[in-house]
Design a protein. Structure first.
Length: 203
């Protein structure tokens, strides 16, 4: 997993509440277990018309938001079914940070496990960032995880806090497997001892 330290990029405004995981990645695209290729189906039912052509009114179909790496949205983002494909689709599109007043718990946890930074802020601060994100080519925001700070296009700053353990994992690019591998030496020592004391377990 790629580490997250500082991100500067275009922020896309998606001023909707209760954006559920089926909106983020519709159920028909859940057949794959690969984490790649899902970006083109992100918000599929809003991005595309029934005939498959792009909906020009949807924010991610407009420049500069086609290249957004930050998404600013409404409360209860990521509600609905607990599909890990939702953060996979966001990440594959290029979104590394989602800012909202609140998140569904499972989606929030899945973001950290996949290298996405979810930031929960008070509604009034999210409104300021939605305004920043609405500035088109000037909608560039910097997220500094080490400092816990968001810098807007006009230089305004907003502080945020993240659980220290989750912050450590994101900064160092550690998912669950990465955390386990940090204990590889202890695991190897245990297995060698067990082979000697309980050899029947290794037959």
């Amino acid at each position: 997993m790629d580490g997250f330290t500082k991100l500067t990029g275009v922020a896309a405004p998606l001023s909707m509440i209760n954006v559920d995981t089926d909106m983020i990645i519709p159920k028909q695209f859940l057949k794959t277990i690969k984490r790649t290729g899902l970006g083109r189906h992100l918000f599929d039912e809003m991005r595309y018309r029934p005939d498959g052509t792009e909906n020009p009114d949807f924010v991610l179909n407009r420049l500069p938001y086609r290249h957004a790496s930050i998404l600013v949205s409404g409360e209860n983002f990521g509600c609905g079914s607990s599909r890990e494909h939702a953060p996979w689709a966001l990440l594959d599109f290029g979104i590394r940070c989602v800012i909202a007043p609140s998140f569904a718990d499972i989606f929030y946890n899945n973001c950290f496990k996949n290298g996405i930074l979810p930031i929960a802020l008070p509604q009034e601060q999210v409104e300021l960032l939605l305004d920043d994100a609405g500035r088109g080519a000037n909608a560039v925001i910097t997220i500094d995880l080490e400092q816990g700070e968001i810098t807007g296009p006009d230089g305004g700053r907003i502080s945020f806090s993240i659980d220290p353990f989750r912050r450590h994992c994101l900064l160092n690019g550690l998912d669950d497997i990465g955390l386990t591998l940090q204990q590889a030496g202890a695991i190897d020592t245990f297995e060698k001892k067990q082979r000697l004391t309980q050899p029947w377990l290794w037959i």
